[in-house]
Design a protein around this ligand. Sequence first.
Ligand SMILES: Cc1cc2nc3c(=O)[nH]c(=O)nc-3n(C[C@H](O)[C@H](O)[C@H](O)COP(=O)(O)OP(=O)(O)OC[C@H]3O[C@@H](n4cnc5c(N)ncnc54)[C@H](O)[C@@H]3O)c2cc1C
Length: 594
Amino acid sequence: MENKKLLKSGEFLVAEITPEDIFIPEEFNEEQRMIAQTCRDFLEAEVYPNMTNLEKGDRELMKSILKKSGELGLMGVSIPEEFGGFGQNFVTQMLVAETTGAGYSFSVAYMAHCGIGTLPIMYYGNKDQRERYVTKLATGELLGAYCLTEPGAGSDANSGKTNAKLSEDGKHYILNGQKMWITNAGFADTQVVFAKIDNDRVLSAFIVERNYPGVVIGADEHKMGIKGSSTAQIFYNDVKVPVENLLGKRGEGFRVALSILHMGRLKLGANVIGAAKKTITDSVKYANERKQFGVLISTFGAIKHKLASQVVRLYASESAVYRVSSDVDLLMDKLKADCGDYGRTAIESISHYAVEAAILKVYGSEALDYVIDEAVQIHGGMGYSAEMAVERGYRDSRINRIFEGTNEINRLLVVDTAMKRAMKGDFDLFGVAEKFYQNMDMITDGNSGNESYYDEKFKFIKNFKKVILLIIHGATKHFDKDFIREQEVMNNISDMIIETYVSESTLLRVGKIENMKGPDASSIYKEILDVKVYDAAAKIRKSAYDAVNSFASVELAGRLTRAVDTLTAVSGINIKDARRKIADKLIEDNYYRF
Ligand SMILES: Cc1cc2nc3c(=O)[nH]c(=O)nc-3n(C[C@H](O)[C@H](O)[C@H](O)COP(=O)(O)OP(=O)(O)OC[C@H]3O[C@@H](n4cnc5c(N)ncnc54)[C@H](O)[C@@H]3O)c2cc1C
């Protein structure tokens, strides 16, 4: 692990790595597989049989299932033994997030508790706070919630009005305000609440217990999906919060909130692949049972196209998820030596990968929406029936594009954060971009004539990066300081970055499988890679065109689009056959097993 090349966040835009530098799901060890199996067994035994009652909004039932998962140890995965958990590395944490992701609204309640409800205290709390709260949150003795959003403060999280004032005797903060959309509000024992002390410009964070006088929990919201998870408003009326419950330093709350959001985005990226795997299995099982025109619908090309497209998106997402997860572990190992405290080291390593976290969040949530939408379609009229799991999945999926920062905010973050990191000197983005820009009329596709399969694919990815750099340079040159206000163009760039990162992750994974297991074992994955790169090239070309035609003169647009055409020309593959091969494996397995 130590010899792997570790890139900084966003550096992939200008740097190259090899398959050996990344971790792939095929490398899970026995212990990790057993942990994943325990999660799957738990969903089968405790969650799925109770799903109908959970959907009726039975808070007590959700609470009891959460507590059972705690008794089984599932809540302690991210917590060191010293504080009641069994301290697994980040890859394992993400595997647990993935596996429990197939648990519909249970998954939302569980992830909110284990992640945003518990980890701010683990990462930013002092020893006393960790001992009082984390030890019990890690076992499910206490259940947690995270209270950032307010009626007037959603995406603009720092604009909240909840206020804290030190009492005259200096023993308490007096908390007043209102939070909304709080997951687990109905039963959580502890809340991490963000508020401004006096007239501070930035937030501070507090640990608030549900039983403190003045804490009032509203009724559950009537939601489109994840109906089993409790979501409510919480009101704070002169709540006396002991000064010992200030989390981190005064004014550190916004930093806590942002870094926990980075963590939440990474975990959401893992969570949605669990949901997508279950959905694809539900889709193929139905397609393998349902007959029309005298044959199984899985024999129709139109259905194969859908099944294969579901697989490709999921596979790409999964490849990116575990690539980033192991980067976090590697960084954590590196930082451990400098920083004694586990919590601070963990959150520093996690929040370093802010660009990749936003990528996983956006790509994963949109991949799941695609997968579940096509699952409903494959089920035809039955997909619209509340009796079917895909109907629930369709409603439950939609929230992933809204919470942990909306996808609009995350798309902007991808570009903004990468550029800020480059300006800080983490890597040379602007120098390389300028070089390509100056030479745009000489750009070739880099084809040497007799490249190997992998050389060619690496060349495509390199070319996609060149397109991104050309557009970044062209757009920032044109808009200058106003670039940040040109959200449509930033979105175009973001989409290109996202497609490039997940395509590269897929390539690295398939290359590593071939290195590990040989060409026979990798052949089906090459089909996935072919489709992914083919689709990505088309998307990147479209996004680049949109960006260019938003700022360039006719003459410049002509030159830039010629370069874009050259750089996004991927060699002809029989895309229909590639998709059919992928679908045929899925149909034969009758289960998602890639
Ligand atoms: C079921 C559910 C559970 C939740 N759980 C929690 C929880 O446990 N704790 C918690 O604190 N919060 C929670 N939330 C809140 C959630 O994080 C917010 O809803 C989310 O951050 C968006 O805020 P908002 O709803 O105020 O939308 P707004 O911020 O009002 O956004 C409205 C629209 O404007 C867009 N927009 C906003 N700002 C910009 C911008 N600068 N540029 C471009 N577009 C922009 C958004 O992308 C969106 O499309 C939950 C929400 C839901 C629905």
